[in-house]
Ligand binder design. Structure first.
Ligand code: G4P
Length: 524
């Protein structure tokens, strides 16, 4: 119970460039896990060019080491899961959020809520994941903080409870007022020291403040009054229920506001919570081990088809060498070479507890959503597949390789690297992804692992929805209607409607009100 209580497992959600990498680095620095900023930057270079990214993938260990970072802070064990953004945005990004207990949302103060933040927040909402908000880059010219707060509330539809409030911005950024503690933390630029302490003055009415920056303090008092009237006081229960987010302002690059975030994570964010496993709910403190796979990292060593399945421990105590039951295959596996992830390296795991992430090396027999236990039949839920936003048809240069192509896509589809749809009325294959980089990864893996030189081409498909209907007769009518031409099976055999446009989807939905069109589906 003690080990579970001191664990915090979270991910950072943000739009590219809001400062996720910078903040990650600072969190690691403040916890003492890394000495110098710059260690995490390796990931960033991979972000801009696909070729770099592939190279990074090939350098065994590097990208895995930065996908999960475990560090200690104030007698807590913190697991930070990377949610890749930008061009490497993929289904992984979404699914990682199914393995966290809380999330940190980073907002660029000049830009406010951006597209990707909204998408990721909606995924958090599926499980009511508690969210801490960090408004970054206050050292730049920003938007009006009251306006930002209003945007967060209206666009993200989440209550905001400001915990700190900025004093000025850009060149006139003076610091933040800690509303709960009635303290002012003075800002100084610079990022050279990890243990940088900022001067703290007690009380908003402190005469020193008025003497230091009279204009800004007047403004602050006015704003704080407005904030008190217009926003919500911090409420731990509302935060834990995912309906309210505490908001902090700061500047990651200047180390300012970072410690407050770490403290909020330790003090407010939840320890691992019970997980639904179909037959029952599993408490993190139960003695038998259980967990589920939420991500597969392949290409670690292409020559050996070495893959790592990332497993989130849901209960019990993992010890190296123990026997686990792979429930889908009904097979016992002895896991002796399991890896864990420290800030800058990967190491052998000796033990792990609920909330921790362990890596299981395998040769392709593990899939996303697979559950493991010490024998009990548990199938953890809430590991969704998301309806793809991008589609490609596949052509191969050498028709003799068609078998290998199908085999490769079947396996990559099962693994979750891409979604594969087989239209019911023709033999073409349609690939779907939530991020375009997935196609490049799949093309490269088809070539390297299956010897298939495939070409992906654009299609007329614009969206996909899994379909179901309680009434078998209506479902059969639907399949036999003209809409049936747009149906396809995915890798797990589920039926999906491939729409050619938003209008097409809408019209079909209107025409078939009894058929349910799902934007996500659960692991089979
Ligand atoms: P990301 O992972 O969310 O994509 O963002 P990242 O941390 O890479 O930050 C994006 C850019 O914003 C970087 O600048 C970074 O230095 C800058 N940045 C992060 N935090 C702050 C902040 O508090 N204040 C200011 N002014 N800038 C911040 P870049 O020019 O793209 O990269 P670099 O050359 O500085 O590495």
């Amino acid at each position: 119970m003690r080990e579970v209580a001191r664990r915090r497992t979270f991910g950072i959600i943000s739009h590219p460039d809001a400062g996720k990498t910078t903040l990650t680095e600072k969190l690691l620095m403040f916890s003492g896990a890394i000495q110098l900023a710059g260690t995490v930057k390796g990931r960033k270079s991979g972000r801009h060019a696909t070729s770099d990214w592939m190279d990074i993938e090939k350098q065994r260990g590097i990208s895995v080491a930065s996908s999960v970072m475990q560090f200690d802070y104030k007698d807590h064990v913190v697991n930070l899961l990377d949610t890749p953004g930008h061009q490497d945005f993929s289904e992984d990004t979404y699914r990682v959020l199914t393995a966290v207990d809380s999330a940190l949302m980073v907002i660029d103060a000049a830009k406010g809520v951006e597209e990707q933040t909204l998408k990721l927040l909606n995924v958090c909402r599926m499980r009511n994941t508690p969210i801490i908000t960090f408004v970054n880059k206050m050292d730049r010219e920003t938007r009006d903080p009251l306006e930002l707060l209003d945007e967060l509330e209206s666009v993200l539809k989440i209550q905001c409870a400001p915990v700190t409030w900025p004093i000025g911005m850009g060149k006139n950024f003076r610091g933040v007022y800690h509303i709960l503690r009635d303290e002012i933390m003075l800002f100084t630029a610079g990022n050279d020291r990890a243990d940088q302490e900022f001067e703290v003055l007690k009380g908003i009415d402190n005469p020193r403040l008025a003497a230091m920056f009279p204009l800004e303090i007047e403004q602050l008092k006015m704003e704080v009054e407005l904030v008190h009237g217009a926003s919500h006081p911090f409420d731990l229960d509302a935060f834990l229920a995912g309906t309210q987010t505490p908001v902090f302002f700061g500047s990651a690059i200047n180390n300012f506001g970072v410690r407050e975030i770490l403290n909020a994570l330790i003090e407010w964010a939840p320890a691992p919570r019970p997980r639904d496993a179909t037959v029952r709910s599993v408490a993190p403190t139960e003695a038998p081990f259980s967990g589920f796979v939420f991500k597969i990292q392949a290409n670690m060593d292409p020559a050996h088809r070495d893959r790592i399945a990332f497993l989130r421990v849901c209960s019990g105590h993992f010890e190296r060498g123990m026997k686990l039951k792979h429930l889908r295959l009904n097979r016992e596996v002895k896991v002796s070479s399991v890896v864990t992830f420290m800030a800058s390296s990967r190491e052998q795991v000796e033990e792990a507890f609920a909330g921790d992430i362990i890596g299981l090396p395998n040769h392709g027999n593990m899939q996303i959503g697979d559950s493991f236990s010490e024998g009990e039949l548990l199938q953890f839920t809430g590991i969704p597949y998301f309806a793809p936003d991008f589609f490609r048809s596949v052509r191969i240069r050498n028709p003799l390789k068609i078998k290998q192509l199908h085999k490769g896509l079947q396996q990559l589809g099962e693994e979750g690297a891409v979604q594969v749809f087989k239209p019911t009325n023709n033999a073409d294959l349609v690939l779907g992804a939530v991020g375009v980089l997935q196609f490049e990864v799949v093309a490269s893996r088809l070539l390297n692992e299956y010897g298939v030189d495939a070409v992906f081409e654009g299609t007329s498909i614009s969206s996909a929805r899994w379909v179901s209907c309680d009434d078998k007769k209506i479902m059969a009518d639907f399949q036999n209607s003209s809409a049936g031409h747009n149906l396809a099976h995915d890798a797990a055999g589920n039926l999906a409607y491939l729409a050619t446009s938003g209008v097409n989807l809408k019209l079909t939905q209107e025409r078939w009100p009894q058929v349910v069109f799902h934007a996500t589906r659960e692991h089979a």
